[in-house]
Design a protein around this ligand. Structure first.
Ligand SMILES: C[S@@+](CC[C@H](N)C(=O)[O-])C[C@H]1O[C@@H](n2cnc3c(N)ncnc32)[C@H](O)[C@@H]1O
Length: 269
């Protein structure tokens, strides 16, 4: 099974990540930056990747600790930070650690897990270990923002196993590679709510050479009430549930996102 959703095994993902149109244009940055400013920091960003959300948060004046298991993603984040002003760099600390078990010497007013890293945890034990690790690092009344995809029932039932879908715009990299990306579900474990996915990158190099790179990983889908029970079990109370990063309420669109804002509750509540 892939570790950390495959981000640790395949260096090419970190190399291409910031150029993927779907990631580059994801409309979540202002939402997370506002939440970080409101919390006042320090913020713990779990699964921070290449710093897509972390760097704008530090640019907005918030102290952020970014935690990720993938050395490749963290290397890209460090490289991006190197181009930032000294005061932005000074607000960031990066830690290579597993979100299921980490121990940092400080606490945070807000923890975030932007863009679904939590769904790479495919067992309940791992989900609980992650939420408990986060809770230990929050101040009393600290908040957690957990964003997940809302399982789209039509796709879960009807998506053909093995069929490649090509519904994303092509993108290019600064060194002139053109990339078309497809995705396919390789297997669907309905009992454990785990899909085995492949993201397939067809790369055309500037000299015309063609290369196919495959990112294989597992993702667990989590339903709304399941997530709420999980959060309650781990000492969090859901304060808000949004369907979109414009703060549209859950139920206003389908499938939309599952964006939980949860408050750390005293133990045992
Ligand atoms: C889809 S990316 C999201 C990156 C970033 N949060 C963003 O919004 O662009 C998922 C990230 O989760 C990280 N990740 C997956 N499993 C992890 C684990 N067990 N511990 C820490 N990081 C993990 C991956 O390395 C990857 O950087």
């Amino acid at each position: 099974m892939s570790v950390a959703g495959g981000y640790g095994e395949y260096a090419f993902i970190a190399d291409l990540y910031d150029h993927v149109a779907l990631y580059r244009d994801r409309p979540d940055i202002a939402f997370y930056v506002d939440a970080a400013k409101e919390a006042g920091g320090p913020v713990l960003e779990v699964g921070c990747g290449t710093g897509r959300v972390l760097i704008p948060s530090a640019q907005a004046g918030v102290d952020v600790v970014g935690l990720d298991l993938s050395p490749h993603m963290l290397a890209v984040c460090r490289e991006r930070l190197w181009h930032e002003r000294a005061d932005v760099q000074a607000r960031v600390q990066l830690v290579q650690a597993d979100m299921r078990r980490f121990d940092l010497p400080r606490t945070f007013t807000l923890a975030t897990i932007p863009f679904r890293p939590f769904q790479h945890l495919v067992t309940v034990e791992d989900q609980i270990a992650c939420l408990e690790s986060i809770r230990r690092h929050l101040v009393d009344d600290g908040r957690l923002i957990l964003d997940l995809f809302n399982p789209w029932l039509d796709a879960l039932v009807n998506r053909e196993i093995g069929q490649e879908y090509n519904d994303e715009p092509e993108f290019s990299t600064p060194d002139g590679r053109r990339v078309a990306r497809r995705h396919r579900t390789v297997a669907h474990d309905r009992f454990n709510q785990v899909n085995q996915f492949e993201l397939i990158y067809d790369v055309t190099h500037p000299d015309g050479r063609e290369e196919r790179l495959v990112h294989a990983f597992a993702m667990r889908y989590v339903f709304r009430f399941e997530a709420e029970h999980l959060l309650a079990r781990c000492g969090f109370e859901v304060e808000q549930l949004y369907a979109g990063f414009d703060k549209s309420p859950y139920g206003s669109q389908y499938p939309g996102e599952l964006i939980f804002v949860a408050r750390k509750t005293p133990k045992g509540l």
